[in-house]
Unconditional design. Structure first.
Lengths: 341, 310
């Protein structure tokens, strides 16, 4: 695949859920793209729309209540939203694979892990049972499970959470997909296992030459694996750029508050900064401060004013309000002052 | 697993002794006896004593019970007081009819009930779901004898497709099997729907979909297998109940099954048959329960492996 060719292009995607009193869009005019072999991190808190975006690529959203309002999802040049159920079957697990958040419940308790890996091989690559079994053992070895010849006949309940997530990775990569979507793959795991799983995904992405979308609420995870970052807040993209740009020069106040919330051991902070308030409590107005993102004020403005993603540096986009051009410049100046210290 | 089966079989012995002792006591405590039934209204004490001596009913109760137990070891339940045949033979004859009936009813309920339940679950809230659940409620509310008579009227009398009653050919099994099968299927459909709806919302179903395998495989292999346990429990219980004698259906369709054998025997105080059938029913319960347990293990590795460690 040529470098210039986009593997995935999401254009102007909007999704809402029916049945709630307000038709709040879960995903609001989101656009991004991904090159072959690249990793994109999608960051945001619960309810920001990051998982819904990922599920919509695989068309795993329950429709209804979910409804895709507008947009295109171009994968290898074809619009996935135009494909019927049968055509999507050929894409799922074959071209695009997915790893989910909960390894404890994501595997079928009644089938051996071997059977669960073999299934997609036999469906997509038309392998015989013996071939598929051999490949399943090979995949278990690749995800660094010990004694794969024995483990292939184990049931999920005989494995730990970390091992189950390895099995999920083995299933996902078994058919050599061009895109792997990881929906908070480490959230449910303990810290040491988290690091191991991330290292494994990083390593295998190179081995399999797979593009990855890493969905997480943890910027630490993103910095470890991604080249580009998409920050989402309440269904909208608020900032989009390379990892370096986002981490060194975060432009959106929400991104800044997220970054401030990463614990820094070297800094010996007494307290970790908070990202204030959960999504739903918009009516409470909380304090000001350097890195504190004021949800209420922001929400009021976003309701009242028009905003747009604007390219501030090459490849670095941020959502700003139409009449904020001047204050944005001030902000930039202030930032420059800070970095002098 | 072997250890588990062994301990279950030991439990069976205890159950058998308890069950036979209880029936023995109840049959003897209840008013009326075989000799009175045989001599009908004649109150000739000498005749009654003679019959009692012949049948061994003049011996003390505990002697009678131990004689019964001794014979039980050799699978000898004695001879019926009224039918003059060995009880074992009568039970085998009844079991042929009732067993066939039980198997066909359960198969009917399994196929029809599962299909309807899955269809209802997949179309939750839509027309098919509502239609199937309506039929299911009707099926559960309808008394079996009423449904039996209705079917007899339509297929036996009006259309003359099937025999009204009796067992001259296999066709005699059709109406009774369908009658009970429909009632069972109604419950199976409802259970399948509930169980499937629960399973369809599980994470592993989404994983299965994400793998891009066929919808059929997702529903049958990933879905149904997980939904099967409550359905099997119900079918196992129904199987036991029918094998123990489907009295109403056997009566309406004139089938000489276990149910009728037992009811007739109770009316006549035919103690050997009552004892024999009781032992038979106890055995059926124990064996079918064991069968259900083994089936659980077959389906669910968590149950199977837990029992290995017992």
């Amino acid at each position: 695949m040529g470098d210039s060719k986009k593997l995935l292009e999401v254009k102007d995607l909007s999704i809402y859920f029916q049945g709630k009193q307000a038709l709040d869009r879960a995903v609001d005019h989101v656009s991004f793209s991904l090159d072959a072999g690249q990793t994109l991190g999608i960051v945001g808190e619960s309810g920001s729309g990051k998982s819904v975006t990922a599920l919509s690529i695989m068309q795993l959203l329950p429709i209804p209540p979910a409804k895709i309002d507008s947009g295109e999802i171009l994968f290898e040049g074809e619009n996935l939203l135009k494909k019927n159920a049968r055509q999507m079957q050929d894409v799922r697990g074959h071209k695009i694979a997915m790893i989910f958040q909960e390894p404890m419940t994501a595997l079928n308790p009644l089938l051996t892990i071997g059977e669960q890996i073999m299934e997609s091989l036999m469906t997509h690559l038309k392998m015989s049972k013996d071939q598929a079994r051999e490949r399943a053992i090979e995949m278990l070895r690749k995800v660094e499970i010990k004694n794969p010849e024995e483990r292939v006949d184990s049931y999920p309940h005989q494995l730990s959470g970390g091992m189950r997530q390895r099995v999920m990775i083995a299933i996902a990569l078994s058919c050599d997909p061009s895109l792997l979507i990881c929906d908070e793959p480490t959230t449910a795991l303990d810290v040491t296992t988290q690091a191991q799983i991330l290292d494994l995904i990083n390593k295998l992405k190179e081995d399999f030459n797979t593009s990855v979308i890493m969905i997480t609420h943890d910027l630490g995870v993103v910095s470890k694996v991604s080249e580009n970052v998409l920050v989402m807040y309440k269904g909208r993209v608020v900032e989009y750029g390379s990892v370096e740009a986002i981490f060194e020069n975060p432009l959106h106040p929400y991104t800044r508050s997220l970054l401030a919330a990463i614990p820094d051991v070297s800094n010996r902070q007494a307290r970790i900064e908070l990202v204030h308030q959960a999504v739903k409590n918009d009516d409470l107005s909380l304090t000001t401060g350097d890195n504190i993102f004021d949800r209420a004020t922001y929400q009021a403005r976003i309701n009242a004013e028009e905003s747009a993603l604007v390219e501030q540096e090459p490849g670095h986009f941020v959502r700003i309000f139409k009449n904020e051009w001047s204050s944005q410049a001030q902000d930039q100046a202030m930032k420059a002052g800070e970095s002098d210290e | 697993m072997k250890k588990y089966i062994r301990s279950r079989l030991i439990q069976t012995l205890v159950v058998l002794i308890g069950v036979t002792l209880l029936t023995f006591i109840m049959v003897n405590v209840a008013p009326g006896d075989a000799a009175t039934v045989m001599t009908e209204k004649i109150t000739d004490q000498a005749a009654i004593d003679r019959i009692n001596a012949q049948l061994g009913l003049d011996k003390p109760y505990f002697v009678q019970y131990f004689l019964f137990l001794r014979n039980l070891v050799f699978f000898d339940f004695g001879t019926s007081y009224f039918k003059y045949k060995p009880v074992m033979q009568l039970i085998i004859e009844g079991f042929r009819v009732t067993g066939t009936l039980a198997v066909t009813i359960i198969l009917f309920a399994l196929v029809v009930g599962l299909a309807m339940g899955i269809m209802a679950a997949l179309n939750r809230g839509k027309f098919w779901d509502q239609l199937i659940m309506g039929l299911s409620t009707l099926g559960m509310a309808l008394p079996s004898f009423l449904l039996a008579i209705l079917l007899q009227y339509i297929f036996g009398l009006k259309m003359q497709l099937l025999p009204l009653s009796g067992l001259t050919s296999w066709q005699g099994y059709v109406l009774p099997s369908v009658t009970m099968g429909m009632i069972c299927a109604a419950e199976v459909a409802r259970l399948t729907r509930t169980s499937m709806l629960d399973v369809l919302g599980q994470d592993y179903m989404r994983t299965a979909t994400a793998k891009g395998i066929s919808r059929q495989r997702i529903i049958l292999v990933h879905g149904l297998k997980n939904a099967l346990i409550p359905i099997l429990t119900f079918l196992g219980n129904s199987f036991k109940a029918i094998l123990g004698g489907a009295v109403l259906v056997e009566t309406v369709f004139g089938l000489n099954g276990i149910g009728r054998l037992l009811v007739d025997a109770i009316m006549q105080r035919d103690t050997p048959i009552i004892q024999g059938v009781t032992v038979y029913i106890a055995m059926i319960f124990v064996l079918v329960n064991l069968g259900i347990d083994l089936f659980y293990g077959l389906i669910d590795p968590r149950i199977r492996l837990a029992k290995d460690n017992d």
